[in-house]
Design a protein around this ligand. Sequence first.
Ligand SMILES: [Zn+2]
Length: 434
Amino acid sequence: MIMQLYRGELFYFTGLSANGEPCWSYYEDGALCVEDGRVLETGDYLSLKTKHPKSREVDYRGYLLMPGFVDAHIHFVQSEMIGMSASQLLDWLSDYTFPLEGRFADKQHCLRIADVFVHELFRNGTTACAAFGSIHAASVDALLGSAAKYKMCMIAGKAHSNRYAPESLCEKPEKGAEDVRILIEKWHGKGRLHYAITPRFSVSCVSEELKICGVLHEEFPDTYIQTHLSENKSEVETVMGLYPGSKDYLQTYEENGLLTERSLFAHGIYLSDSELKRIAENKAVIVHCPTSNSFLGSGIYDMHRANEFGIHTALGTDVGAGTTFSMFQTMGESYKVQQIKGYMMPVMETFYKATLGSAQALHLEKEIGSLLPGRFADFIVVDYTSTIPQRLRMDYLEKLGKATIGQKLFGLQTMADDRAVKATYVAGDCVYEL
Ligand SMILES: [Zn+2]
């Protein structure tokens, strides 16, 4: 295969320093050298062009090349219900989520929405995600099948649920386990696909179901676990009423073998010190989903407190309670809610958490989230000035002599959306172009 040389401004994270600060590489006139779908090397354009004179050059001068985003929590089966208003989480689930998820019993519907969903991720510059399906195995078949078409890195699982939902969305725990074993056999570890054991949350799972999920993870220890935790006050009260023997919400998962270093807990807003400590000790991950938390009035995640506990926090859109597929907007909302909480989140922390940080949370940092040599060439081409206010801001920054990479990224985080994504590449192939 011919080597490709993508020329443009280049930015990516390389890891964390000894004191936990994100480290990055930046080239103003840079080049990204791609061969067989992976990054061969990066550097200054002139030196790489001299080194690889026969490479095929793609000119993205004036644009930023950076790794594709990693969305660590999203519901594929809720794509059609973004922006449906309801008072709070539990009403929203019964008013919109359950009726919609019932439609995924139809295989054709699964296939249609899977294609739309994957395309929407690419349009927003997201090249990897951890996604919830519905209770139906067909929803995961459709989604992972669609990701496979593009050689995309995708983590997905069918939801487990056996109460607090219409009968059609409840199943016997053994039936769920049977479906999961088939799905794991079919998809897990095939190409860039991974399976996540997916109990919806402790409200919708009896203890026996959570236990079966723990057993499945023990049987397939390199699968992920994804679920929800402490999103909303009435949810926490409901869980404590349903699990009177548990000292807190986290214990309902912990006592069933679901608190592991491969566990992704969305939200984590109302956690005690003890819960945060146990999450940190077990190296589990909290996925912060700010647009969802504000939309449903759930509360504000305390990023600074979680950082103090040494917890790995990733970022997620949580579509459909989240109001956007865009990780730019998700980072912007994260910054705003953390400001309200009194924590001025550094721009390098938000970008890190949306790329390499989430990749590390998923134990996939050797594959995605960065443009270091050997990683998959999952990258996006970003326009700093896709709207007039962004152009004006950039002109002003340049006039001030302050157009640093930090200021430019902060502008994207605050103002960019899908219009800023000029192109998206997955494993070296262009999967979307504006
Ligand atoms: Zn969610």
